[in-house]
Write a protein that binds this ligand. Structure first.
Ligand SMILES: [Zn+2]
Length: 294
């Protein structure tokens, strides 16, 4: 016996089903799903998108799979015939880079933090083993342009200011600021609605959050969370959590508390209404080890 299952209409293309929101004129963001690294939908779990200038288009992160990258390319083609002239990666985590190969035909330079290239190189085996399905035989590629401080890109009457950040969420974080609309793409320097994952330096991350307040932005596009959020208010919950984490780790080290006991410390816990809080335990041990020898 067979059963009826709902099938997508035959005319449905990626461009139809891959939703992007124009959060500011010419700034388009696709909302990544709130799923963890073990979820089959992990290939579409980060906010990614593009910015359209008068001459060309810049892609900001390509998604966690070749299929997601291709869907993003389709969404661009549905809105403009202008070429893609830059593919920017905000950092080297899988959910932001595994779609890079979808833009190979554009022959656009891949742009990232100066540490992006070595981090991608070091992740090659890990990506191949853990994300074979998502890679579908492709690779994230090798960056062509390394940003070690700031870099301005011109899309034609539209300037993007790229800023390489000292070690924070990771060791290769890059922000993208669209000057025309005051839109700041934070990459994973800002997680909203879910637990921020610490893969770099807790103190560095808090230092960035401190200085970021000075950025004259109108809105932020977080790496995870809503497609757009008010600036700088959006930073609050993440900053509070990371600050509590640092304090708890320092208190524990000062008191001679063992790491195992710190993990249960309620003071450092993330808000209960955040999603995907499981990596908190890992954040705690990273924080502890970071401050252990202060
Ligand atoms: Zn990340």
């Amino acid at each position: 016996m067979w059963c009826l299952s709902p099938e997508p209409p035959a005319h449905a293309s990626n461009a139809d089903t891959f939703a992007v929101t124009e959060v500011a004129p010419g700034v388009f963001v696709h909302h990544g799903r709130h799923v963890g690294i073990e979820d089959p939908a992990r290939g579409d779990s980060a906010n990614i998108g593009f910015i359209v200038g008068e001459r060309c288009v810049a892609v900001v992160d390509s998604g966690g799979s070749l299929a997601t990258g291709r869907a993003l390319r389709g969404a661009i083609a549905a809105r403009t015939a202008l070429p893609v002239c830059y593919v920017i990666n905000t950092h080297a985590h899988f959910d932001h880079v595994l779609g890079n190969a979808a833009f190979a035909a554009d022959e656009a330079p891949l742009v990232g933090h100066t540490n992006l290239a070595p981090t991608l190189a070091a992740s090659q085996t890990y990506f191949a083993e853990r994300f074979a399905t998502e890679l579908a035989g492709a690779t994230p590629g090798v960056p062509d342009v390394a940003v070690d401080d700031t870099l301005e890109l011109d899309l034609g009457a539209r300037k993007l200011l790229l800023t390489a950040v000292a070690e924070a969420h990771t060791a290769a974080d890059l922000t993208v600021f669209d000057v025309a609309t005051g839109s700041l793409w934070s990459g994973d320097l800002l997680f909203m609605e879910r637990l921020p994952v610490l893969d770099g330096s807790l103190r560095g991350w808090l230092a960035w959050l401190e200085t970021a307040h000075g950025i004259k932005a109108a809105r932020v596009i977080p790496g995870h969370g809503p497609v757009s959020a008010p600036w700088p208010d959006a930073l609050g919950p993440e900053r509070d959590y990371l600050a509590r984490l640092l304090k708890a780790a320092r208190d524990a080290v000062a008191a001679g508390t063992f790491l195992e006991d710190l993990t249960a410390d309620a003071a450092a816990h993330p808000p209960a209404d955040w999603l995907l809080n499981e990596p908190h335990t890992r954040n705690v041990s990273k924080a502890y080890r970071e401050v252990e020898w202060e």
